[in-house]
Design a binder for this molecule. Structure first.
Ligand SMILES: Nc1ncnc2c1ncn2[C@@H]1O[C@H](COP(=O)(O)OP(=O)(O)OP(=O)(O)O)[C@@H](O)[C@H]1O
Ligand SMILES: [Mg+2]
Length: 252
């Protein structure tokens, strides 16, 4: 006779504390939706990685990701297997499915909130991370635009947040229907003052250094954001941490 061992059920997560995170990154993650724009190679993905590193200071019951990597998975691959990741899309079809999943999740949460009479969802924050928005819109057109516009309008109350990067600050690369719902606009080095105005509503990004500094506009507030990349070791350490469930899961 073979005896089957019952698979242990996950009861809870250890709340790892204190895990280092980037305070300014946390401030960005606390926004409803964020759009990062700037010329090619200005450090948009570097900023996204640093935001991921910051969000990964939290257990998967507090932070989750839906990742859409339009560079065929190359940029965001390292996160694919982490317990925080609900969906990982690296093709056009999967990107649309991932957005549909984000909409379904938002609607389910909103329904639950309505039933309970609450106005702000109190579960995990879900970050829909899109690198790069310009490519997604180019590849999927209105299919992507309509879904992102809807998410922009309804998702934040359900703690579902868009975090998007684009190297095309034109109306085609970041349409106003999406931009209007972004409470946090991050401008990095761009070509000229006109592009800067399209990104953050004012000139200035054209004079930024090639990378390492950005302007953040949150409502009427403008901040200068220094961005020092995390080292490969720092990323590896954090990813290794979440790759070993015995470190953070409490079993029944
Ligand atoms: N703050 C920084 N300090 C030093 N190097 C940086 C910094 N930001 C970016 N880089 C370097 O610049 C290069 C481009 O960075 P990154 O890939 O983040 O740019 P990007 O804007 O995402 O580019 P793309 O438009 O091609 O997606 C990389 O080699 C990266 O290591
Ligand atoms: Mg990039």
């Amino acid at each position: 006779m073979f005896g089957f061992k019952r698979k242990p059920q996950v009861k809870a997560y250890y709340h790892i504390d204190p895990v280092k995170y980037w305070a300014q990154g946390k401030m960005i993650l606390d926004e409803a939706h964020t759009l990062i724009a700037g010329s090619t190679r200005c450090g948009k993905s570097t900023l996204i990685h640093k935001l991921m590193w910051t969000a990964l200071a939290f257990t998967p019951d507090r932070v989750k990701f839906i990742i859409i990597d339009m560079k065929e998975g190359v940029e965001m691959m390292r996160y694919q297997k982490l317990p925080h990741v609900l969906r990982f899309a690296d093709t056009e079809q999967d990107a649309i499915k991932a957005l549909d999943f984000a909409i379904e999740t938002t609607r389910a949460r909103l329904k639950e909130m309505k039933a309970q009479g609450i106005v702000k969802y109190d579960g995990a924050d879900i970050y829909v991370v899109i690198d790069e928005l310009g490519f997604l819109l180019q590849a999927c057109g209105n299919e992507a635009l309509d879904r992102l516009t809807l998410l922009g309008r309804i998702a934040a109350a359900a703690r579902v947040h868009l975090v998007m990067a684009t190297q095309d600050p034109s109306r085609k690369g970041c349409p106003s229907a999406i931009q209007v719902n972004c409470t946090c606009l991050i401008g990095m080095k761009c070509r000229d003052a006109q592009q800067s105005r399209q990104i953050i509503g004012m000139a200035g990004c054209e004079s930024l250094p090639r990378y390492g500094t950005a302007f953040i506009v949150r409502g009427s507030e403008v901040l200068t954001l220094p961005i020092t990349p995390k080292t490969d070791e720092e990323y590896q350490e954090r990813i290794a941490y979440w790759s070993d469930p015995s470190k953070y899961l409490i079993y029944e």
